[in-house]
Design a protein around this ligand. Structure first.
Ligand code: NAP
Length: 476
């Protein structure tokens, strides 16, 4: 069976890829926007096709000779009208699948009723409807999940951070709304088994574990984490205020926080029993076990994917995000590291940021991160996926990794709100660490901004390079 996986660089797709790769009965092909986001260790085991669902020709090529195609794409992070983009993306995908004689589409969307759905959920429903609209030509299995609990998932990160940071939580009244969370382990099992399902008709399969309110979800999580927490629902907390509160207290962006708060409007509980009927052998993990599994992944540093892996706002979704040649201001500095082996220097480069911090001026980075968060940027609290290693596509505080060449080069692209584009590059050359800052200003204000921040960044970046070498020396 030839299987095409789209969204393979996203939260669900990255995990499903690891599951599918273990299946010897399938040939796996990935459809990605930026090939470099797929780690080298898999290169021999799969085919990689680069393209976008907005480029029909690339889609058609990727779908050639494919039997089953997974659709794990959404445009929520993109600029502009995401509903329109989602519609077009699904239409293109369906058309190309039919043209290439694909037998089955498997799609994962959101749980909830159309009448009370948020804009985000409505778009997910519309995508499912489009993909299922040609049962005469192609079968579609449409899974619908609500809150997904797994290490690095947006919902889990919100729950974990709220519980950890707030002994007393003021919440909107809608925390009484019912939901039916599910472990990401189960989600992957449904998606995995769906490719072999013995039925030819279209299916909508609602998936979820125990029913509970959002309030219960938070209280149960606090118990599992060994913390006593009090929740006070108040009527005055508007969706906007609640979203701002979430972005201050958790790592998620305003866009995700708002989608979640809007989602509180409607119940997200299962509406059919197709999961039991068609997948009777899947054993559902309880909410408690789902939280425990997610926490264990974090403790073992085994977080495969995170909510911020996909390329919201264009960073890294194409190959050319490393076009540093476009920069107007370039500041290059050389730091000799003597006898320390270059791989140790690079290991030290790779460990910057997140909980590892930014050396002496960590407080200045935090200050800049907080101001960024206040104006709608990612700030510093996205942290890092893994304390030691990085990969292209990883978020690292307000940076995104856009290029990584083992022991040679690390290129970070800033996703901070600023009047221009900025990159930070480290390259290891013989016995010298070269650190370069690139800036492409946007208009006059961009140039002014560069000159304004220059004294700070000279201080911060020279300390950063020295800190990296000092840390490497300690490891040597
Ligand atoms: N995660 C959850 O908690 C959750 C819960 C319920 C349902 N779901 C559903 O599960 C599905 C997958 O969600 P996710 O969380 O895994 O999403 P995600 O992390 O945001 O990943 C989206 C993926 O789509 C790719 N993509 C976006 N636009 C594309 C385009 N035009 N052409 C090709 N690829 C494109 C992205 O590539 P880049 O890496 O290049 O950006 C990325 O790989 C969605 O339908 C979502 O509604 C997710």
């Amino acid at each position: 069976m030839k299987v095409l996986l789209t969204g393979a660089t996203g939260y669900i797709g990255r995990r499903l890829k690891e599951r599918l790769i273990e299946d010897e009965n399938i040939q796996l092909r990935l459809f990605v926007r930026n090939e470099r986001k797929v780690r080298d260790k898999y290169r021999d085991q799969l085919e990689i096709y680069e393209g976008s669902t907005f480029d029909r020709e690339s889609l058609r090529k990727a779908l050639e000779a494919v039997d089953v195609a997974y659709y794990l794409i959404h445009s929520m992070g993109a600029r502009g009208d995401f509903e329109k983009l989602d519609r077009l993306s699904a239409e293109n995908f369906l058309g190309a699948c039919i043209a290439e004689n694909v037998q089955r589409i498997i799609y994962l969307g959101g749980l909830g009723r159309k009448e009370t759905a948020s804009k985000h959920l409505l778009s997910r429903i519309e995508t499912g409807e489009i993909l299922s609209s040609r049962p005469d030509s192609i079968q579609t299995i449409w899974f619908r999940a609500g809150i997904i609990i797994g290490s690095g998932s947006a919902s889990f990160e919100i729950i974990r951070n709220l519980v950890q940071n707030l002994p007393l939580m003021i919440t909107p009244r809608r925390v009484h709304t019912k939901t039916q969370p599910i472990s990401v382990i189960n989600v992957l099992e449904y998606l995995f088994q769906a490719k072999d399902l013995d039925t030819e008709k279209n299916l909508v399969v609602d998936i979820g574990s125990e029913q509970m309110s959002f309030k219960e979800m938070l209280l149960r999580a606090s118990k599992i984490m060994g913390l006593r927490r009090i929740l006070i629902p108040v009527p005055l907390l508007s969706p906007r205020l609640s979203s701002y509160w979430l972005i201050l207290m958790t790592p998620v962006s305003y866009r995700i926080a708002r989608a979640l708060v809007e989602g509180l409007k409607s119940e997200t509980v299962i509406q059919n029993d197709n999961a039991k009927r068609y997948f009777p052998r899947i054993f559902l993990l309880s909410y408690k076990d789902a939280i425990k599994a997610a926490l264990a992944d974090m403790e073992k540093n085994e977080v495969i994917s995170r909510w911020c892996d996909s390329s919201a706002e264009e960073a890294c979704d194409t190959k050319d995000q490393d076009r540093i040649e476009a920069a107007v201001f370039v500041d290059k500095k050389f730091y000799d590291f003597g006898e320390i082996p270059s791989e140790i220097i690079f290991a030290s480069v790779q460990s910057i940021g997140g909980e590892n911090g930014w050396f002496r001026y960590d407080w200045l980075w935090r200050l800049r991160g907080s101001t960024d968060k206040l104006v709608g940027g990612p700030g510093l609290n996205r942290g890092r996926r893994d304390p030691l290693t990085l990969r292209v596509g990883d978020s690292l505080d307000f940076w995104k990794i856009v290029d990584l060449k083992k022991d040679k080069r690390l290129l970070l692209f800033s996703q901070m709100k600023a009047p221009g584009k900025a990159w930070l590059e480290f390259s290891v050359d013989d016995t010298v660490l070269v650190q370069t800052v690139y800036f492409l200003p946007k208009g006059l204000w961009g140039r002014l901004y560069w000159y304004l921040i220059k004294p700070f960044y000279i201080l911060i970046f020279s300390d950063l390079a020295k800190g990296i070498i000092k840390q490497a020396k300690a490891l040597f």
